[in-house]
Design a protein around this ligand. Structure first.
Ligand code: AMP
Ligand code: MN
Ligand code: MN
Ligand code: MN
Length: 283
């Protein structure tokens, strides 16, 4: 089956997006997407709703998630696609990965209090759709609401990234565990937005080769987080390491996201799309 507009990366209220899985399915469909995946952070609680919603609007669907991983002192995101979302090791692994978020959020709030920002934990909670998934994005929305910053990217720059007052170091899943949960559930593991990590060439080489050694098969080439030059660079990486290529907007919110669902350039035509090996997994 050939698809002309594939979007395999976005977020709903089940993680840090602002739309429901149902609203996302409708939006994807009306934007011309013909194969879609909802990839909430460390969560698959929205998958049944996404499958049903996609079917009701006539949209083909692959299950998805985006797992937070600690690698070489940084956080890396591994997308899983086309897995069995009822597989116990996947369900339990993600539950454990989400587990530390509550305490981390309280620590973030305590640190923000020290620079004069009060009530950030309670403030962030107002934006949380899933109590197990409080994220930096929810804090960012609160800091915009209270006028501390004018938009969420300013909040990240000034408060929520490594070395800034509200940043709390956190240990996420290991790379091997994340890839294994996905592959044991018969899905494909994908390195998300590789240009975002600012790794040294050696660290990036280690990430890619270890990912492949654990059974990882794909990399995002065209994503809302890449410039055209970065997409070209990771197309080259896909060729060099013989990785399947993925495409996804990373859409979170009509107000915040630069790129809407389905509004990405095509993958370079010589690459093998990740969905071409997942035909039997499409709902
Ligand atoms: P967390 O999983 O709690 O660490 O939050 C990570 C999320 O924060 C990402 O998935 C993005 O949605 C958001 N994020 C990270 N960096 C930025 C940034 N510079 N600007 C806006 N949002 C960001
Ligand atoms: Mn996010
Ligand atoms: Mn990500
Ligand atoms: Mn994402």
């Amino acid at each position: 089956m050939n698809y002309s507009n594939v979007d395999l990366h976005c977020h709903s209220v089940v993680s840090d997006g602002t739309l429901t899985p149902e609203a996302l399915a409708l939006r994807a469909k009306s934007n011309g997407v013909d194969l879609w995946s909802l990839t909430d952070h460390d969560e698959i609680g929205g998958q049944s709703r996404a499958i049903t919603a996609a079917q009701s609007v006539g949209l083909r669907y692959l299950t998805g998630t985006e797992i937070s991983v600690s690698f070489a002192g940084k956080t890396v995101h591994i997308v899983g696609l086309g897995f069995d979302h009822t597989q116990p090791s996947m369900v339990e692994g993600l539950l454990a990965t989400r587990g530390g978020r509550e305490l981390r959020a309280r620590d973030m709030s305590a640190q923000l209090e020290r620079v004069g920002i009060r009530g950030a934990y309670e403030g962030a909670l107002k934006y949380v759709g899933n109590p197990e998934l409080i994220s930096r994005t929810h804090f960012a929305r609160f800091l915009v609401e209270t006028g501390v910053c004018s938009d969420t990217s300013e909040v990240f720059r000034k408060y929520l990234t490594d070395g800034k007052p509200g940043f709390v170091e956190h240990k996420w899943a290991s790379l091997g565990d994340a890839v294994r949960w996905i592959t044991q559930a018969k899905g494909i593991a994908v390195i998300a937005h590789p240009a975002r990590y600012s790794f040294s060439p050696n660290e990036e080489y280690a990430l890619i080769t270890e990912f492949i050694a654990h059974g990882g098969k794909a990399i995002e080439v065209v994503t809302g987080s890449h410039t055209d030059a970065e997409a070209s660079r990771y197309a080259e990486v896909a060729r060099e390491f013989n990785l399947l290529a993925s495409r996804g907007s990373d859409f979170h919110s009509p107000e915040e996201s630069r790129l809407d669902l389905g509004s990405l350039p095509a993958l370079p035509s010589d690459l093998t799309p990740v969905w071409s090996v997942l035909d039997a997994h499409i709902h």
